[in-house]
Design a binder for this molecule. Structure first.
Ligand code: NAP
Length: 253
């Protein structure tokens, strides 16, 4: 996939991995639109990177996903890449009193899974008309092995992994390529300080290094871009799945 001259929507591009991707795609000569709920973060990003286009949208709302897609196809007819990056991560202690209510109040399924699937379906007819196009799904190493304290998050990422494989197969005959990026722990605000609160020792990668690996993977048509330690995890989980499950959960309670 070419990494220059594209017109790209990056969901959740106001912070973290999405913002690092936006910056590197801009520097590589692409037109980049980012979206998110918090206007202040989008505006801060635009102040730093004035060529960036911003759109405020809550991707848990189907009507906002539809309006975003319609507006982009109208304003950016050359749109040829969708990066499904927006996501949230929550602990879910299943035996905690009120766990069911907490799940209904906020959970990862809508932003992490329904939104990328819906946005993909909304934009695919448009992407399919471009000379070269791509859908890039940001999943996680946790798509391959779950950690027990985040059962819903891990389930959404495993589902996005599966969706990416099936989508790639359906689109093999046309010019829309489907990539999946599987980052390890990255230094962002995704967990809202939960790792620190658990006293979890983490070795986190920078969002910039995930973005660099993503652009390199796209350029090499590497459809599953395992980043950093996820490269080893991907191999080991095929050989010793039970041991990897135990290892991944050893120090996380
Ligand atoms: N950090 C890690 O360790 C790690 C590891 C593997 C995979 N990932 C994945 O990488 C992706 C990016 O996460 P990150 O680490 O960069 O964390 P982040 O900085 O918190 O980025 C998440 C982005 O998603 C946006 N977002 C969340 N809910 C949204 C909604 N309903 N509508 C629109 N935008 C929404 C957020 O913006 P608003 O809140 O303003 O909407 C934010 O900009 C996620 O899919 C995450 O699962 C992260």
């Amino acid at each position: 996939m070419k990494t220059t001259g594209n017109t790209i929507l990056i969901t959740g591009g106001g912070t973290g991995i999405g913002l690092a991707l936006a910056e590197q795609f801009l520097h590589a000569g692409n037109t980049v639109v980012i979206c998110g709920r918090r206007l202040a973060f989008l505006q801060q990003a635009q102040q730093r990177l004035p060529q960036l286009h911003i759109r405020q949208a809550d991707l848990t709302k189907p009507e906002e996903r539809a309006a975003l897609a319609q507006g982009l196809m109208r304003d950016f007819p050359a749109l040829n890449m969708l990066v499904n990056n927006a996501g949230i991560q929550r602990e879910c202690r299943v035996l905690k009193p009120g766990a069911a209510e907490e799940f209904l109040a906020e959970n990862e399924i809508e932003p992490n899974l329904t939104a990328p699937i819906h946005l993909t379906l909304l934009l695919l007819p448009h992407l399919a008309q471009q000379a070269e196009a791509a859908v890039v799904n940001i999943s996680s190493g946790l798509a391959l092995v779950p950690v027990a304290i985040m059962p819903v998050y891990c389930a959404t990422k495993a589902a996005l992994h599966s969706f990416s494989i099936a989508l790639r197969m359906q689109l093999a005959a046309i010019r829309v390529r489907v990539f999946e990026v599987l980052p390890p722990i990255v230094d962002t605000d995704l967990d809202k300080g939960a790792r620190k609160a658990r006293g979890q020792q983490v070795e986190a990668l920078s969002p910039e290094s995930v973005a660099t690996a993503t652009l390199q993977g796209l350029a090499a048509d590497q459809y599953e871009i395992a980043v950093g330690k996820v490269k080893l995890l991907q191999k080991m989980v095929r050989l010793i799945p039970g041991k990897m499950l135990a290892l991944m959960n050893k120090s996380i309670h």
